[in-house]
Design a binder for this molecule. Structure first.
Ligand code: RFL
Ligand code: PHB
Length: 391
């Protein structure tokens, strides 16, 4: 089998790239290890930046997002028991974000791909990448007991943090930067109305909490927990009790609880691999970088990588120009490191670190006090949260 671009991974990066290439008349095949249902069952991101919304529109899959997504012009910071609103819209000259689940983005992309009759191999095993240093790279995999070889012009490694593409690069050709945090996020999805119409990011002496949502009737909540905790320690009742303790009196009263429909613990990590191009193979999204979820940047960074990559490939095929391909890694990494910095900073400000003690807590509270009372500081936060413009 042969295609122009072999895409490894059918998460948001791979599916979005496939759709943008299809729109430009470039042939691509997606190889995914899991089933489509499994991919859709992973509950992850919830906040889309303008750049991501624009890209979904460009890919022709933005209609349902505009109908069902929730446009947010601000969020709240809770510390020392009181909430303070960050008016993103006023601070950034009118920019907003969209609350629309990654599951829905993925579903819209899968539906568009199926409607266009494009090929995705789900449930592929023994996926491996070859000869990306030469002219004729290949992806090999096993599907329904049969071995296959897909030869291509380019490989797009959209296979997430644990994927095979980055792992196939010789150690001397790649540099990795990593910071692992000493805690995780316990997340619960429940069919209950959100406690507030905007997101609440809470700094408390018991640890961080986040109140988010998927719709007017579906909420997504997180609490910081030890990374060693197992889910069996967290009954629904224990989760709601802990969340309540991290809220202000009014939110405590308004919180509606109910049975969880999903519950998971995610470790927090900052990670960047450099470069993001190896001959005829490119890394995009979580395959190349991870941010802690506090800044809501992971999916948005994946989308901006895909924007740069699709533009580069279109320039290659349409204009016979290598300029986009040659500058792909550098353009992505500049944006990646700015989002890494913001996500690390916001995580450091909002969480309890075991070694920080009372002094650490007081310094966080002083910085939060400064943030909500200084237009300059609040603007820096808002500008990064809504997303920096594409270069
Ligand atoms: P994904 O989604 O991990 O998809 C990679 C796909 O590759 C497949 N795969 C393979 N396929 C073939 N062969 C192999 N050897 C393979 N190995 C892996 C996998 O099965 C999978 O289908 O990466 P992608 O597409 O780059 O997308 C990245 C996003 O998923 C991620 O950045 C976000 O979810 C991060 N994130 C958030 N991002 C935001 O922008 N805003 C948010 O509000 C936000 N909240 C979050 C988050 C991530 C979270 N967790 C669980 C880590 C909240 C949480 C709790
Ligand atoms: C979510 O709704 O899952 C979500 C929202 C904001 C974040 C992280 C996750 O910063």
């Amino acid at each position: 089998m042969r295609t122009q671009v072999a895409i490894v991974g059918a998460g948001p990066s791979g599916l979005l790239l496939g759709q943008l290439l299809h729109k430009a008349g470039i042939d691509a095949v997606i190889i995914e290890r899991q089933s489509a249902d499994y991919v859709l069952s992973r509950i992850r991101a919830g906040v889309l930046e303008q750049v991501t919304m624009d890209l979904l529109d460009e890919a022709g899959v933005g209609q349902r997002m505009h109908r069902e997504g929730l446009v947010h012009g601000g969020f709240e910071l809770l510390f020392k028991g009181a909430r303070h609103r960050i008016d993103m819209q006023a601070l950034t000259g009118g920019r907003q974000v969209m609350v629309y689940g990654q599951t829905e983005v993925t579903r819209d992309l899968m539906d568009a791909r199926a409607a266009a009759g494009l090929s995705t191999v789900y449930g592929a095993s023994e996926v491996s990448v070859h000869d990306f240093d030469g002219e004729r790279p290949q992806v090999r995999y096993t599907s329904q007991g049969q071995q296959h070889e897909l030869s291509c012009d380019f490989i797009a490694g959209c296979d997430g943090f644990h994927g095979v593409c980055r792992a196939s690069v010789p150690a001397g050709a790649i540099t990795e930067f990593e910071k692992v945090y000493p805690f995780g996020w316990l997340g619960v999805l429940a069919d209950v109305p959100p406690v507030s119409h905007e997101l609440i990011y809470a700094n408390t002496e018991r640890g961080f909490a986040l109140c988010s949502m998927r719709s007017a009737t579906r909420s997504r909540y997180y609490v910081q927990c030890p990374v060693s905790d197992s889910l069996s320690r967290w009954s629904d009742d224990a989760f709601w009790a802990e969340l309540r303790l991290r809220l202000d009196p009014q939110a405590r009263e308004q919180l509606v609880t109910g049975p969880s429909i999903e519950k998971s613990i995610a470790p927090l990590r900052s990670f960047v691999a450099e470069p993001m191009r190896f001959g005829r193979m490119f890394l995009a999204g979580d395959a190349a970088h991870i941010v802690p979820p506090t800044g809501a940047k992971g999916l948005n960074l994946a989308a901006s990588d895909v924007k740069y990559l699709s533009t580069a490939l279109i320039e290659h095929y349409r204009d016979k120009s290598a300029a986009g391909i040659d500058s792909y890694s550098e353009r992505c990494l500049r944006r990646v490191w700015r989002a890494e910095r913001f996500s690390w900073w916001f995580t450091s400000l909002m969480h309890q670190f075991p070694e920080a003690g009372g002094f650490g807590q007081k310094v966080q509270e002083a910085e939060l006090d400064y943030l909500v009372n200084s237009n300059a500081a609040a603007t820096a936060l808002a500008e990064n949260y809504v997303g920096l413009p594409l270069q």
